[in-house]
Design a protein around this ligand. Structure first.
Ligand SMILES: Cc1cc2nc3c(=O)[nH]c(=O)nc-3n(C[C@H](O)[C@H](O)[C@H](O)COP(=O)(O)OP(=O)(O)OC[C@H]3O[C@@H](n4cnc5c(N)ncnc54)[C@H](O)[C@@H]3O)c2cc1C
Length: 332
């Protein structure tokens, strides 16, 4: 087991009620191990409210409940979890810190995530301490996954964008480093605020130091008859969940429409109709031309890297397989 060290939070930004970014400086006199963009590190706090597994829900997910000591107080103890590094190796070489994008987990049964709750609270405040295992690991890197593909299509949902932010930042730091590949990043978040890195990624795209197209979409746009025209919407931001955006790029109907076509019984037909009615249809950002994008990520010379929500990633994998696009996912 790698040595356990104590780092210090040097910067924290609350992105939304459930999302934050923070930077962690290494233990005094130490530096973080060298890493490649796309890797992760294990973080730990010792003051997490512990839970115990009380069973398995009908959805197959664990049912957890608070763990109490004999005096009826919730037990507090250590929890360690892996987090993707969102900073680039070049940032860490220059400033020393690692950056993370962390979502607070609200378990299906109402319990907050043990570690993410503490990181959101005082544990993650500037000056707060966060322990880390002094080892950076993971094989979700461009050198391991992109091979000789001329085009790399990255798809991140929610905090699943973090490894891609690290890769894009590293490419920027090296001015592309002679890399002539086409990089396209689709990032889907629930709201515009939760895109978290959009300003920086638009800037990198505009600087044109390497071939990069940034394609953000939101899955919960402001309510309206036509969400693509809702007041105040940034036209550079598209619409739809990641799985449906990828389907759209490769000329497939949305998952909801496919379910509706396949529905046989009255019950499944009604459920499918409702899902289609509520669907936020995928729409590309205003400046992205569908035909040009299709050519940019053509199946023959593209590798699709996906990271984030497991259900979305599974749907994206199915699309990649149907269109014979080489597919790679973050498996930790
Ligand atoms: C390679 C990798 C990279 C990751 N990168 C990121 C990242 O960049 N950002 C990010 O936000 N997250 C990331 N994660 C997820 C992260 O590691 C944590 O799983 C997440 O933050 C939730 O941890 P938690 O302790 O807050 O939640 P937990 O307390 O672990 O709760 C999460 C779920 O686990 C279940 N659970 C709770 N208690 C127990 C128990 N005692 N026994 C069994 N199950 C339990 C509950 O169903 C709950 O819904 C990454 C995961 C991996 C594998």
């Amino acid at each position: 087991m790698a040595e356990l060290r104590t780092g210090t939070v040097v910067d924290k930004a609350i992105v939304s009620a459930t999302l934050m970014r923070f930077r962690l400086a290494p233990a005094a006199g130490a530096r973080f191990p060298d890493y490649e963009a796309g890797q992760y590190i294990a973080l730990r706090r010792d003051d997490c409210k512990l839970t115990r597994r009380a069973g398995v829900g009908s959805d197959g997910k664990p049912i957890c409940e608070p763990e109490y000591d004999p005096w009826g107080r919730q037990t507090v103890g250590p929890v360690t979890q892996p987090y993707s590094i969102a900073s680039a190796p070049a940032d860490t070489a220059e400033h020393g810190w690692l950056e993370f994008l962390v979502a607070i987990e609200h378990g299906v049964h109402g319990l907050s995530g043990r570690l993410s709750e503490v990181l959101f609270g005082t544990g993650g405040e500037t000056g707060g301490e966060v322990r880390y295992h002094d080892r950076i690991a993971g094989g979700f890197t461009l050198s391991a996954r992109a091979g000789d593909a001329a085009s790399v299509l990255m798809v991140g949902t929610g905090t699943g964008v973090a490894p891609f932010v690290s890769m894009i930042r590293e490419l920027r730091a090296r001015d592309g480093g002679g890399d002539t590949r086409r990089y396209t990043l689709i990032h889907t978040a629930r709201t515009e605020a939760e895109l978290a890195y959009d300003a920086e990624l638009f800037e990198i795209e505009a600087a044109g130091r390497f071939d990069f197209l940034y394609l953000p979409t939101v899955s919960r746009p402001p309510q309206g008859v036509d969400p693509s025209r809702a007041a105040g919407r940034d036209p550079r931001i598209g619409l739809g969940r990641a799985g449906n955006v990828v389907r759209h790029v490769y000329g497939l109907p949305t998952a909801e429409e496919e379910k509706q076509t396949r529905a046989i019984s009255d019950v499944t037909k009604v459920a499918a109709e409702l899902a289609v009615e509520r669907l936020v249809r995928p729409a590309l950002p205003a400046h992205v031309d569908a035909a040009e994008l299709g050519a940019r990520v053509a199946p023959g010379d593209t590798v699709l890297l996906a990271c984030g929500n497991p259900a979305s990633v599974a749907d994206i994998q199915a699309t990649a397989e149907r269109r014979q696009v080489r597919f790679e996912r973050d498996t930790g």
